[in-house]
Design a protein around this ligand. Structure first.
Ligand SMILES: Nc1nc2c(ncn2[C@@H]2O[C@H](COP(=O)(O)OP(=O)(O)OP(=O)(O)O)[C@@H](O)[C@H]2O)c(=O)[nH]1
Length: 370
């Protein structure tokens, strides 16, 4: 399973950042749409207001939207409790709708109509209580705006018609809020499933690339790592070396101290080696008591030094306190990537070096044949 497969698999889960961006842009689109509507209604003569009134409304709308978009696009709100800022943005928009509706002569409702798509959008983010509160606030605001219009400018339509429109607005807003709560519940359960899927994918990936006993990378993954290192070296980015490591006479440990002790030694070796590696080096278990080190930015001499240091420090460890062997030695074969060769060729040279270390008496490091 290569990295392309994992990238594709990861796309099955939805990133919170992507969702937030989409949500933020949708709210900004509502603001833009409202601004265009205000301009159209004003040009049409339906909005009984002077240029200053309209400019102030549009200016305030622009400021709110730009600040909102900046916060969302930069990801500044990602760690906030309500990262989408749906409540303040929706309140700002409702006020803008009311300010536009106030000087309208007829069809006041047309300036309020965008409240419904707005409510639907924020229902992806807000719970039932917030949605109902928003719907009630818009309804009360609408009623107050009507009263103000009646007191200061008089109503062009009959009061009963205006009240009927307000009533319809309130009923539809409440029913949208109730429906929206259902949408929100669905979104929440999807978010939980999304997280569970992301966790499961991570676990599957771990299982696919790691060795069960030691937790080190497995053969399949280290071969991918090697191909990647080869590509970097071929592009002259940096050289790399490999080191095959094989614990000596491991069969005897199993035979004399039991399989559990054998397993313990393998795990201890993994821990010991990881503790002694540089960050950026790779260690994998190829199977049995065979391991491989991949050492980026190391030439042959450097790799030999690493292997020799490991050989010495490992040979100094004893397992006697746990009724294990007094010491376990290792043999190693190092080889450095020569450029334009295959990974198999490189591993072949390291393997031959390891063979020479074994046949030469074990507990030693040999370098690739020249
Ligand atoms: N405890 C344990 N033993 C394992 C595991 N995998 C392989 N082995 C044992 O490792 C031993 C490897 O034996 P050999 O290949 O003969 O190698 P060796 O005894 O280390 O001899 P040299 O490599 O020649 O020094 C075998 O007895 C395997 O059963 C494992 O996961 N746990």
């Amino acid at each position: 399973m290569n990295s392309r497969y994992w990238r594709r698999a990861r796309r099955l889960t939805v990133s919170e950042r992507r969702l937030l961006l989409r949500h933020g842009r949708s709210l900004a689109a509502v603001a833009l749409f409202h601004a265009l509507l205000v301009v159209a209604l004003w040009l049409w003569g339906t909005l009984d207001a002077g240029g200053l009134y309209v400019s102030l409304l549009l200016g305030a709308l622009a400021v709110i939207t730009v600040v909102y978009l900046l916060l969302i696009e930069t990801g500044a709100t990602l760690e906030w409790r309500e990262s989408s800022l749906s409540v303040p943005m929706a309140l700002g928009l409702v006020i803008a709708f009311l300010i536009a509706a106030f000087p309208m002569n007829e069809a006041r409702i047309s300036a309020m109509i965008l409240f419904f798509p707005l409510l639907l959008l924020v229902s992806f983010r807000l719970g039932a209580r917030s949605l109902l509160s928003l719907a009630l606030l818009a309804s009360v605001g609408y009623a107050l705006m009507l009263a103000l219009a009646l007191a200061t400018r008089g109503l062009r339509l009959s009061l009963s018609l205006e009240l009927l429109q307000w009533l319809i607005f309130t009923l539809v807003a409440l029913s949208f809020a109730v429906t929206g709560s259902g949408v929100n519940g669905l979104r929440r359960s999807l978010a939980v499933k999304n997280q569970a899927l992301a966790d499961a994918l991570e676990q599957v990936r771990d299982l696919a690339i790691r060795d069960d006993l030691t937790g080190l990378f497995n053969r399949r993954h280290i071969l991918e790592v090697l191909e990647h290192q080869k590509a970097l070296a071929d592009n002259q980015i940096y050289p790399f070396s490999v080191c095959y490591v094989d614990l000596d006479h491991f069969k005897r440990i199993n035979d004399e101290y039991g399989h559990d002790m054998g397993d313990r030694v393998l795990r201890q070796f993994a821990e010991h080696t990881l503790d002694n590696l540089r960050e950026g080096d790779y260690l994998a278990r190829l199977g049995g008591e065979e391991f491989i080190l991949v050492l980026p930015q190391s030439d042959l001499a450097g790799a030999e030094l690493v292997a020799e240091r490991l050989r010495e420090s490992w040979a100094a460890r004893s397992f006697e306190d746990r009724r294990g062997p007094p010491a376990v030695s290792l043999s190693a074969g190092v080889a450095s990537y020569r450029g334009q060769e295959t990974v198999d060729q490189l591993l072949g040279r390291a393997d031959r070096a390891l063979y020479r270390a074994k046949t030469g008496g074990r507990n030693r490091v040999c370098r690739e044949d020249q």
